[in-house]
Write a protein that binds this ligand. Structure first.
Ligand SMILES: [Fe+2]
Ligand SMILES: [Fe+2]
Length: 279
């Protein structure tokens, strides 16, 4: 399929629109949690960050959709904005229901919404790769009711549809403007990719870099005695599973899985070390 063609546009927009599932966040099957589960959720450090990211995304993508001349592409962008706003409602409801800590968040729409959406999209590709694996590990290791994981399973699958939509939208957007539809030609994408490489290099070496690194801090918060290879393998496995159902003519994220495979190869060459301990 020719990237940037009418057929490509129809396929990536139709795929995204067809994946949508209607539900109301507050009416989902939120389970009652025991003290152990509540203490664990309250100890996780990322609720403000998660809420801010989802609250920012909806209005930014709505503004981006308003600039889009093509009706079908505009509808798809509007749907993503709706789903991001629904994610914010899910997190907000969860924070209130379980008494989690999150600071007040304020939403500002960036001046260049198109550029902001491109930055957001590449970040989503990388963060989702990490989140897919962490979610699997959390489900296996944490004593939290399955009903809560079921709610976030739907969110994870929506993020999978977002990243596939975004990559194809980006390539289409570049191609229809006569630009090279290669993600790595984009300076922001390149920067995101370098960041991903450093993240994965940190995991492979067992060093935890400074800063709020979602994969590493998140994994540390979730799972005791974590070994980097286990996280990478979980990310790869889940990434493959969650993207398996998409039409093979669509572009899917390649960089994070390739880097993860490289990092796993490096890990397998190193002498085995004991499990990492939490500080
Ligand atoms: Fe989201
Ligand atoms: Fe998303």
């Amino acid at each position: 399929m020719k990237i940037g063609s009418e057929a490509h546009k129809q396929l990536f927009c139709r795929t995204f629109l067809d994946h949508h599932r209607p539900y109301v966040p507050e009416q989902l099957g939120w389970p009652a949690l025991d003290d152990e589960a509540l203490t664990l959720l309250r100890s996780l450090p990322f609720w403000t960050h998660a809420l801010q990211a989802e609250e920012d995304a909806g209005p930014m993508i709505t503004a981006c959709a308003a600039l889009e001349p093509d009706l079908m592409v505009r509808q798809a962008l509007e749907l993503q904005a709706f789903e991001e706003a629904r994610h914010a409602r899910i997190i907000k409801h969860m924070i209130e229901l379980y008494g989690l800590h999150a600071d007040e968040v304020q939403v500002e729409i960036p001046a260049d919404v198109l550029q902001a959406f491109i930055d957001f999209g590449f970040e989503e590709c990388l963060d989702s790769f990490g989140a897919f694996g962490l979610f699997k590990l959390a489900r296996e290791h944490l004593s939290i009711p399955a009903a809560l994981f079921d709610i976030f399973d739907q969110v994870m699958q929506e993020e999978a549809t977002h990243i596939v939509f975004f990559l194809n939208w980006f390539a289409y957007h570049q191609a229809t403007r006569g630009l090279v539809p290669r993600a790595f030609r984009h300076p922001k994408a390149l920067r995101s990719y370098v960041r991903a490489l450093r993240k994965l290099a940190g995991l492979a070496s067992g060093d935890t870099p400074d800063g709020k690194d979602f994969i590493i801090n998140g994994a540390d918060a979730f799972v005791d005695h974590l070994v980097p290879g286990v996280v990478l393998a979980a990310c790869l496995e889940e990434n493959t599973r969650r993207l398996a159902g998409f039409d093979r003519r669509l572009l899917v994220p390649q960089l994070a899985p390739r880097l993860a495979r490289l990092a796993l190869g490096v890990l397998n060459l190193r002498p085995r070390r004991g499990p990492r301990r939490r500080a």
